[in-house]
Design a protein around this ligand. Sequence first.
Ligand code: C5P
Length: 414
Amino acid sequence: MASSNFICSHQIYSSCNGKTHFNSFKKASFSIPSSYKFQHASCFERGFRYSRIRATASDSKTGKKQVEVVYDLEDKFSKLADEVDKNSGMSRLTLFSPCKINVFLRITGKREDGYHDLASLFHVISLGDKIKFSLSPSKSSDRLSTNVPGVPLDDRNLIIKALNLFRKKTGTDNYFWIHLDKKVPTGAGLGGGSSNAATALWAANQFSGGVATEKELQEWSGEIGSDIPFFFSHGAAYCTGRGEIVEDILKPLPFDVPLVLIKPQEACSTAEVYKRLTLDRTSTVDPLTLLEKISRSGISQDVCINDLEPPAFEVLPSLKRLKQRLIAAGRGQYDSVFMSGSGSTIVGVGSPDPPQFIYDDDEYKDVFLSEASFITRAENQWYTEVSMDAASSPMEFSIVVSMDAASSPMEFSV
Ligand code: C5P
């Protein structure tokens, strides 16, 4: 039987040596039987994600013509269903729920209420969860499910808290079935739960026809968590107070700067980290100077100050060693290496790859690894998932298909 060869760029979310690793590959090839039809993408291995692309098809008889090649059928069906929902009153919605990093995090004082004031450059990044919302027939409770164990599914979960808050503030009575597809690790300093809450508020507002403004959603969200209001910025903001005072910055960080996130299995308890914080050990640099320096010259090691590193490194001494080893082994590979939030994620800026010791050393066999990039959102739109390939380089895609031995080869390229 004749076979066809595919050569394409693609992206894989895989588990490698026990490590969860989000990776990009430039090229790969597959052999498939000649009976393959383009619209039947299901013959591919599960786990590969494909973009929908426009391709130019040509053969020697008919010349060139445009065809649409759909590689992500689930996405296609989802979009079709959303179209149907648009016409018949919305009943379901799937949203991306991205996480954040703190490019710098200065603690500027202790407050009367026991909390600390901070001054931080928050930035949304491309790693995120997916949340599916469906309107429930119930008028008394939401139902939450998730793909990972250990996440509370009752009203301790920030998604349920956000939906309760929305109903309280607006007097609406929509309840939901929610499925949370989690990729962002918890206890990581990445604001995954806060993002989920912001996304739930955004979704509830869409279902109710937009009764609240973005500003109102932002203000209300501060009642259930200090990091939530940030997600109603455009994705890059200077945050003060407990984090709830949010000022969008004019110049987000470049989308093409690659990041690597490395998080050991151990989480850092925010409460524990703040308990060990002593203000005389914090930096004395004016956070506005850091902000100005970053907007002028970009990210470098000296501007990525996180005052929570010393107490977090006391809580988790292995984290300090990880940061030191990344800086040493990176040998200039990274523009900066720092901890995000109260930990335990260490971020490397300037390369999507971890140093080799992360793969080789037994101590790191269970770490969470992901590459990422900075993202933002447009006015009146929620964040959307970006392809890592699209973020890092122009998409390169070519397919050469020999349909069978008798017919002439067709070439597809974009
Ligand atoms: O934000 P979260 O509720 O996770 O914070 C846990 C604890 O960390 C708080 O109860 C408080 O003691 C401390 N914290 C703080 N200042 C902040 C944020 C948290 O002191 N800005």
